[in-house]
Write a protein of this length. Sequence first.
Length: 105
Amino acid sequence: MDNQNETANFFIKFGIYIGSVALGLAAKLFTINNQRKLHWKEVLMHTCVAFAAAWLVWNVMNYYKAEEWAKNGVAVIVGRFGDAVLIAAWKYIKMLINSENKDII
């Protein structure tokens, strides 16, 4: 019974996190749509980027044992600025690689 409650709690927390990401993503898409007409390909691309960034941030926050309220608060920001999160992660990885092996990337 305890394992069942733990699984249900995980799905509730994960659902809240995904909902928060979707809220941030919706804000981004509405902002872009106000500037210019969005096409379905752009919506799909922004959605994939937002959820990829959310996956990255979720795992980093789990690694550092962040509180659940912090994860859900950050999820909205990640949904809105997911592309910036992934670009920052790439720059950090690139810096680590280049510090080890002078200018590979």
